[in-house]
Ligand binder design. Sequence first.
Ligand SMILES: Cc1cc2nc3c(=O)[nH]c(=O)nc-3n(C[C@H](O)[C@H](O)[C@H](O)COP(=O)(O)OP(=O)(O)OC[C@H]3O[C@@H](n4cnc5c(N)ncnc54)[C@H](O)[C@@H]3O)c2cc1C
Ligand code: FES
Length: 506
Amino acid sequence: MPQYPESLWRASTELPTFPQLEEDIKVDVAIVGAGITGITTAYLLSQEGLKVALLDAGRILEGTTGHTTAKVTAQHGLIYDELIQHLGEDLAAKYYRANSEAIEWMARTVKELDIPCEWKEEDAYLYAEGDQAEAKLRNEFQAYEKLGIPGLWKETLPIALEVKGAIHLPGQAQFHPLAYLKRLVEAIVKAGGVIYENTTVSKKLEGTRPFTLTTPQGNHTVTCQHIISASHFPFTDGGGFYFSRLHAERSYVVAMKPKTPFAGGMYISVDEPIRTLRSASWHGESLVLVGGEGHKTGQGICTYQHYENLEAFGDQLLGIESIPFRWSAQDLFTLDKVPYIGQITASDEGIYVATGFAKWGMTTGTVSARIITDQIQERENPYSELFSPSRFHPNPSIKNFIVENANVAKEMLSGKLGIVYTKPEDLQKDEGSVVTHYGRRAGAYRDTEGELHLVDTTCTHLGCEVEWNEGERSWDCPCHGSRFGYDGNVLEGPAQEPLKKLDAYA
Ligand SMILES: Cc1cc2nc3c(=O)[nH]c(=O)nc-3n(C[C@H](O)[C@H](O)[C@H](O)COP(=O)(O)OP(=O)(O)OC[C@H]3O[C@@H](n4cnc5c(N)ncnc54)[C@H](O)[C@@H]3O)c2cc1C
Ligand code: FES
């Protein structure tokens, strides 16, 4: 039976459960967020004998990591040509090396811990169908040659797509991310680490070392020497202006059982809208994951249309017998496409952040864990400078800083000024929309029983206007990607407070 919207990974993994924080605790390192970044960091630090606490606002691995496509590759779309232009050859080569070493580390870990996670070495392909895409791809290939990246130029693909060219990068991998991370979670617990679920950490930080973290209700505390924000969007800003230098983009994945066999390999297009492909399995059956249709969160077309576009692509390529799963998720982008990993600001010693993985967090989440572990253990790491959140590379940063802030300002204004004609009584069962309610803009959803749920559409993070996401039945914020349920409860940060509920009869 199809399970929508549910990810293949979550449906096929039984994860352990952990208690809510209900006491005051003292640890060496508190890690906020249990996705690939938080779990890998907690694993590394606990193996080195540090006492770690891993805290998650929801269940572990329910965030973006539970909804990824899990290609493990240093081929991050078109990137190396741009990195050379903005950062120079030395740092661009370091970006490749950091990600390649992360793949090697993950492969070694799978072997050493004997993790049954469908780890498979795979070939990655970046391909171009149109003329403009081909020109960009050729520049990218020149960048590979300059940096010594072992990519090969190909005129054809192993699958039935007509292309103008492709860069083939052998020696990459794919896996079942939750099967892999489940084993790391077990190792953290075995090494004495503690994990808490349904424990939101408040953005307010008190004092200097030792730090005290609190829950928003302030009733329980974690005292620690080091704090790591692995919460996707940083749970605390620390004066680092992350709200002005990160934006969220959603994308969609369809897990289909194909009518004709898939030749293997991992693919991503240069042409827009982006298409990605990889194989997977479900109860011994072969599936193909078709992904893409990225757009800024809260600014997409109807969600169903995104899924239909991916299904049409998959159907044309291989034919579709069935679609057991489909899901969507979002990831964060920095101003210069390079993640922010390291001390949250130049002056905040002991507080670290890892974010902005631009849909490549399987490797960069792992890179983060390795860098931050070295920094906490006061060891040199060759990649600290490249990923430092305090870096400043004038060209891309200044341009995108203005673009990001203009976009946020535009969303704040357009959301607040737009005229709305829909009224709550216009809504059918299971329908949601921004409406006019007693002369005020409001968010309304009529559930399947006919009950009306009304919320204030002002995002509780920094005040942008949320938009209705029909496919997920959620209120999504276009500014920094916060998401709320139809009843206003927080589904994804950075917002920590629910949307204000409005009285249907006020
Ligand atoms: C559709 C899609 C496909 C992708 N495909 C790939 C791919 O093929 N290869 C690849 O390398 N990358 C891919 N990515 C990117 C990758 O999945 C992400 O970069 C990565 O999973 C992010 O992991 P994370 O640990 O940083 O965040 P998450 O997995 O989101 O974990 C963050 C956790 O922090 C918790 N949290 C947030 N705020 C708080 C708080 N205040 N207190 C406590 N906990 C909090 C959340 O509940 C969440 O569990 C894809 C992304 C998307 C959206
Ligand atoms: S997520 Fe920042 S204003 Fe909504």
